[in-house]
Ligand binder design. Structure first.
Ligand SMILES: NC(=O)c1ccc[n+]([C@@H]2O[C@H](COP(=O)([O-])OP(=O)(O)OC[C@H]3O[C@@H](n4cnc5c(N)ncnc54)[C@H](O)[C@@H]3O)[C@@H](O)[C@H]2O)c1
Length: 352
């Protein structure tokens, strides 16, 4: 199977590495408007003989035989590039967030429907086998009706140098600037924790969100105005009656990249804690049956589940869209828009 990648920055190497692990899948060509990033990528993967282009248009004109294209451009460019890819009739694997807002996300859903092509959004943390098991248990009713949910996404790149100095790196600076198309922590990593939670527990009915930007970081670096939120807290009410908190920060000292989800039902509790090194991605914590009164938790090791990359390829092979698709990406975008509205109006927002 022949794939292309649009955007050769930070995350593109992961796309190449993950796709190349799959039998008979090959990255044929890539493009990037930034010559330096394009050349760095082509140099790194010299032995793969990948063809490089300086625009998407040129790549689409000269390459005729893709089975699918990965979109790893920054958030701001997802819509325009994805629409061009779908128009050419290619299956698309797009990075999160699907778009900058719900309206744009809906347009992308409509374009995907019109083209009748496979469309997926890379909500990475669905790949955890412990998380997959948690979702199955919640949906089976084994822990009863969900009552209380706590979900946190913790990063610390504004308070540590684990991923370098954000002040000197474009890949962090665009994430701090609304003018560069970022909805801050909410749009960048908030989308992950909302997808993670909603896919497990069910749809959110109402939300109240408090977004925070720390202006003492400075107003501007290069041409990046540092006005996007650095974290948020949200209170949620689910359609199924459960309540919860969903939070996210880039100042969580001691956490490079952690997602923690706890779901408490009328007949048991479940917890997953994903870490940067993926050491805990298969470990599910369960409290049910006789353990409920003992306050004891069982640790369950879960067998590996397919990656999003494998699911994209499988979707093409079986001609059936495996989740998460663009519709899910748009649903999450609606929650993001509602958080912004809630913060601006200082009020609860009905999602639908
Ligand atoms: N799923 C995940 O866990 C995960 C992790 C990291 C990043 N991401 C997402 O991946 C995307 C890229 O993030 P990144 O950290 O790699 O950013 P980056 O800034 O390092 O790389 C983006 C690249 O896209 C290029 N580009 C911009 N516009 C283009 C266009 N029109 N055509 C071709 N190339 C273009 C840029 O020049 C840059 O080289 C973002 O949307 C981000 O949210 C997802």
């Amino acid at each position: 199977m022949k794939l292309g990648i649009v955007g050769t920055g930070n995350i593109s190497s992961r796309h190449l590495d993950e796709f190349q692990k799959i039998e008979n899948v090959n990255i044929e060509a890539v493009c990037d408007t930034n010559e330096q990033n394009l050349n760095k990528f082509l140099n790194k993967y010299k032995s793969n003989n990948i063809r490089g282009y300086s625009t998407l248009e040129e790549m689409l004109e000269k390459e005729k035989n893709f089975d699918g294209i990965s979109n790893t451009t920054p958030d701001k460019f997802h819509k325009e590039t994805t629409l061009k890819i779908l128009e050419k009739g290619y299956n698309i694997f797009c990075e999160k967030p699907l778009a900058e807002n719900y309206q744009d996300a809906r347009e992308m859903v409509q374009a995907a429907l019109r083209s009748n092509k496979i469309n997926m959004v890379n909500f990475t943390y669905r790949e955890s086998s412990a998380y997959q098991k948690l979702v199955k248990i919640v949906k089976s009713g084994e822990i009863g009706v969900p009552r209380h949910v706590s979900a946190c996404y913790y990063q610390s790149w504004l308070a540590s140098n684990k991923w370098g100095d954000w002040r000197n790196d474009d890949k962090w600076l665009w994430r701090l600037s609304t003018k560069h198309g970022s909805n801050g922590a909410l749009g960048d990593t908030g989308v992950h924790i909302f997808d993670f939670t909603v896919n497990a527990v069910g749809d959110i009915k109402k939300i109240f969100a408090d977004l925070k930007t720390y202006y003492d970081k400075g107003d501007k670096i290069k041409n990046y105005v540092l006005d996007a939120n650095d974290g948020f807290n949200s209170l949620v009410r689910f359609e199924n009656g459960a309540i919860g908190t969903i939070t996210n920060t880039r100042y969580a000292t001691g956490h490079a990249n952690s997602l923690i989800l706890e779901v408490f039902g009328t007949k048991g509790g479940l917890k997953v804690e994903l870490d940067e090194e993926r050491n805990k991605w298969s470990t599910l914590h369960v409290c049910q049956n006789e353990n409920i009164n003992k306050m004891s938790w069982e640790t369950v090791e879960c067998s590996k589940t397919p990656s999003n990359y494998q699911n994209f390829i499988k979707s093409i092979q079986i001609n059936k869209n495996i989740q998460p698709d663009f519709n899910q990406g748009a649903k999450i975008q609606k929650i993001i828009d509602s958080c912004i509205k809630s913060n601006d109006n200082n009020s609860w927002i009905d999602i639908n």
